[in-house]
Design a protein around this ligand. Structure first.
Ligand SMILES: [Zn+2]
Length: 373
C-alpha cells in the first residue's frame, strides 16, 4: 500500500503511531515496527521517509545479523530539535538545554546582576548565545528559549502580571526579544520549576512546589494539566498568613509566610550568604541553631497548612532547598506527627535543584512539540 492509497487522516494516524513508537523505543528495523504496529511494510517505509525528511528519524546502520541479509535500524533522533530555558534571578542567569525527550544536555549558572536596562538584556543574550554555541546550532534546530522570571506572567505571555520583586515589575517579553536571536517565551519561575519536578518523578502525582527563594512562591501541580487560578495567582503561598498579628508584609497584610520563610530570614545573620549560614549551623554555632529552629518552626507551619489543605506531596525547591538534604529527616519527622499526616514522606526536596526552572522552561516547549505528532 503506497502513499496514494492512504487518506490524509489515516496517513496522519499512521505517522503519529510510528513517531510515538520510535520515541519510546531504541533502534528498530522497519520490519519490527511494521510487526509491532500491524502495518504494511510500504506504509512504514513511506512514513519513515517523511519523518526522516523532517530530521526526526535517523539511520542507525545494520542491525546485528542472525544470518541472511541484515536489516537496517532506524531510531528517533532525539536532538532533531532542542529547547532552552534561561532563568533570570536577581543575581544569576541559569541556563539549560534539553533534547526532544526532555533530557538535559547541558546547563550552566553564571553570576549576572539583574537590572531592567538594555545593557543587561544584551549581556544575557550574549551569554545565552555562547552557552548554546549559536550560531553553530543548526538552523531551525532550536524550538525557542523559555525565559523564566520570578513573577506571574500575563495571559498573553508578554509581560509580568505580578511579582514580589519590584525589580521585575516592568519586565516584558519585548525586552528579551530585542537582543535574543531566537523565539522567546516567558514563564513563571514556580510554574516552570514545578513542571520539571513533576515530569521527573517516576509517577506524576498531585503535588505542590514550594520555592524557598528571596520570596516564597509556589505552584499547584495536578498529576496532569495545571492549576493557575482564575487570576493566575494560585500558588502564591508566600502571602499565606502565618502570624495574623505579625509585622506588615509588602502586600499590606500582616504576618505573611514571606516574612518568616524566605531565604533572607536565614541569610541576614550570615552576611547575606546561605552557604555561610549552613556551614555555621553544621559547626553547631548556637546563634545559627536558634535561627534555624525559628525558621524551621515557620516552615513547618506553612507546609502543614498546605498539606492540610491539599493532602498531597510538597516539593521544596529554591536556593534554601540546596542545603536541606541533611535536615530533611528532621523536617519529615516533625511532619509525621502533624494532624492529618500519616507519615512525613510527603515532604520532599527538589530533584533538579537550582536548574529546575530553566529545565522546566525547556521541557515546556519540547513536550507540546512532541505531542503534536
Ligand atoms: Zn503578604
Amino acid at each position: 500500500m503506497g502513499r496514494s492509497s492512504e487518506s490524509p487522516d489515516i496517513r496522519q494516524i499512521n505517522r503519529s503511531r510510528i513517531f510515538h513508537y520510535l520515541y519510546t523505543h531504541d533502534a528498530l528495523s522497519r520490519q519490527e515496527i511494521a510487526y509491532a504496529l500491524r502495518m504494511s511494510l510500504p506504509t512504514v517505509t513511506q512514513n519513515l521517509r517523511d519523518l526522516a525528511q523532517m530530521g526526526l528519524v535517523e539511520d542507525k546502520g545494520p542491525l546485528v545479523s542472525t544470518g541472511g541479509r541484515c536489516a537496517r535500524a532506524v531510531a528517533f533522533n532525539r536532538q532533531a530539535r532542542l529547547a532552552a530555558g534561561v532563568e533570570i534571578s536577581a543575581n544569576h542567569l541559569t541556563m539549560a538545554v534539553c533534547d526532544l525527550t526532555g533530557t538535559v544536555l547541558k546547563n550552566q549558572r553564571v553570576r549576572l546582576k539583574f537590572s531592567n536596562q538594555r545593557a543587561y538584556f544584551r549581556e544575557a543574550a550574549q551569554l545565552t548565545c555562547n552557552f548554546l554555541d549559536s550560531p553553530n546550532t543548526a538552523a531551525g534546530q532550536l524550538l525557542g528559549v523559555g525565559i523564566v522570571l520570578p513573577a506571574q506572567i500575563s495571559p498573553d505571555g508578554r509581560q509580568v502580571a505580578y511579582t514580589d520583586d519590584s525589580a521585575f515589575h516592568k519586565v516584558s517579553l519585548a525586552s528579551f526579544s530585542e537582543f535574543f536571536p531566537f523565539r522567546c517565551l516567558l514563564f513563571s519561575e514556580p510554574q516552570a520549576a514545578g513542571y520539571a519536578e513533576r515530569r521527573g518523578r517516576p509517577t506524576p502525582k498531585n503535588s505542590l512546589y514550594l520555592s524557598l527563594s528571596r520570596n516564597i512562591a509556589g505552584a499547584i501541580l495536578p498529576a496532569q494539566g495545571e492549576w493557575t487560578g482564575e487570576h493566575l495567582k494560585a500558588g502564591n503561598f508566600g502571602h499565606l498568613p502565618l502570624k495574623p498579628d505579625g509585622p506588615f508584609c509588602s502586600c499590606g497584610a500582616r504576618g505573611c509566610a514571606n516574612l518568616f520563610c524566605a531565604a533572607n530570614v536565614l541569610t541576614q545573620c550570615a552576611g547575606g550568604r546561605l552557604d555561610n549560614f549552613f556551614v555555621n549551623l553544621q559547626r553547631g554555632n548556637e546563634k545559627y541553631r536558634a535561627a534555624w529552629e525559628t525558621y524551621k518552626k515557620s516552615l513547618l507551619h506553612l507546609v502543614w497548612m498546605l498539606h492540610t489543605a491539599f493532602d498531597c506531596d510538597i516539593i521544596l525547591g529554591g536556593p534554601v532547598s540546596l542545603y536541606l538534604d541533611d535536615y530533611l529527616p528532621e523536617l519529615q519527622q516533625a511532619c509525621a506527627i502533624l494532624p492529618f499526616s500519616q507519615d512525613g514522606s510527603w515532604l520532599q526536596l527538589s530533584a533538579y535543584k537550582l536548574e529546575s526552572a530553566a529545565v522546566g522552561a525547556a521541557q515546556m516547549q519540547v513536550d507540546p512539540y512532541v505531542a503534536q505528532f
